[in-house]
Ligand binder design. Structure first.
Ligand code: NPG
Length: 368
């Protein structure tokens, strides 16, 4: 396969409700949608970088820049391109994993569509539906939080994740347990908001039988997580720290986590995400699929990944209406707490042209 060119669209999609984390509040999801064009057809990719470099160092306009100036031209040089060749070709360019992941995804989609194979089959999925959790942002008050959680449980979500930060941690968890009981699968996500000096405070979460605490400490503080893991009964799960299969293997070896959140964008693509799944499976470490407020494009691929055998915990793979009034693909709808894994060629979904145009704020075509 040889690329003819890549179209990069910046989109802006209003969220149904503000989403607040320890690092900021999102009201509009800005993202990049890539279309890789080949003589045999096209493929779609989504870049999960956010507008601002608050979750990681990547951000939308930097991703667009590195794609345009370096990554896409480098792939344009490859005569016999396939998805496994993308990461090695782009390896000389440091970092920018979310941008690289988007490009690999578009190439993989083009390749699979042309061959009539699905992402799910290619990645090794073993399920045709996946159970879904939901991530609940920081709220202004406990009653507002309880209302939001009640709504999600009524909708059928099988696991609740509460965003936490200093000042919004033990009490919200206590309140959710008190109102909804011990049987609700419950976990928390700190997005690096604590230090290892908070260990005794975080140990107050232990009585609530959480599935896990996600990324309590700085992304570079792997040893701190190992120390914290020794002091908590709640299992420690890493997100931001796990940027590759090697990082996953190291973190497991050091005792820094016993569960891993897999986000393909964070690790440079779906093929590296699968390697993390494999490394974790080999160590008996459960994984689950994270979310980055994806459109239907990224969601389709995440569902394929979440259907692999090692994904034994429900992911942040919520239905389209948890995020957007109108998605750019046909919406993913919750049924019995699960979403269907797309089975058509490639991602199995495509943007609805009018819906995509509606949210597009700029388009760049990079001819090769
Ligand atoms: O359901 O897509 C979703 C959101 C899940 O909480 C979620 N994502 O830190 O995992 C996270 C968080 C996030 C959202 C991170 C947006 C970065 C950007």
């Amino acid at each position: 396969m040889k690329l003819t060119g890549v179209e990069i669209r910046t989109i802006a999609m209003p969220l149904v409700a503000p989403f607040r984390t320890s690092f900021g509040t999102e009201t509009v999801r800005e993202a990049l949608i890539l279309r890789a064009v080949t003589p045999d057809g096209e493929g779609w990719g989504e870049c999960v970088a956010m507008s601002d470099p608050l979750y990681s160092s990547e951000y939308v306009s930097a991703a667009a820049d590195v794609l345009q100036r370096f990554l896409v031209p480098a792939l344009g040089q490859v005569e016999d391109l396939d998805a496994p060749a993308v990461a090695p070709t782009l390896a000389p360019f440091k970092g920018h994993r979310m941008a690289k992941a988007a490009l690999e995804m578009a190439v993989l989609d083009a390749e699979l569509r042309a061959e009539g194979r699905s992402f799910a089959r290619e990645l090794g999925a073993v399920r045709d539906r996946v159970p879904c959790g939901v991530s609940v942002g920081i709220m202004d008050s406990i009653p507002a939080l309880l209302d939001a959680v009640a709504g999600y449980l009524d909708a059928g979500y099988v696991r609740i994740k509460l965003k936490i930060q200093p000042g919004w941690d033990v009490e919200p968890v206590r309140a959710v347990r008190a109102r909804f009981g011990e049987d609700v699968l419950l976990q928390v996500d700190a997005n690096t908001a604590y230090t290892v000096a908070d260990a005794r405070h975080l140990a107050q979460l232990d009585p609530f039988d959480l599935l896990l605490i996600e990324q309590p400490l700085d992304e570079e503080d792997v040893l701190g997580h190992a120390e914290l893991a020794r002091q908590l009964r709640t299992p420690v799960c890493l997100d931001e720290s796990i940027v590759s299969a090697r990082a996953a293997a190291d973190a497991i070896r050091l005792g820094a986590c016993s569960i891993v959140n897999v986000k393909p964008g964070r690790v440079g693509g779906y093929l590296e995400a699968r390697r993390i799944h494999d490394v974790c499976a080999a160590h008996g470490v459960p994984v689950w699929c994270g979310g980055m407020l994806e459109t239907g494009i990224g969601r389709a691929a995440n569902l394929a990944l979440a259907a692999l055998p090692g994904f034994t915990l429900p992911g942040d793979t919520s239905a389209s209406d948890r995020y957007y009034r109108t998605d750019i693909t046909e919406p993913f709808q919750l049924d019995g707490g699960t979403l269907a894994v797309p089975s058509g060629p490639g991602l199995g979904v495509e943007p609805v042209p009018e819906a995509l145009d509606e949210v597009t704020t700029s388009t760049t075509w990079i001819p090769l």
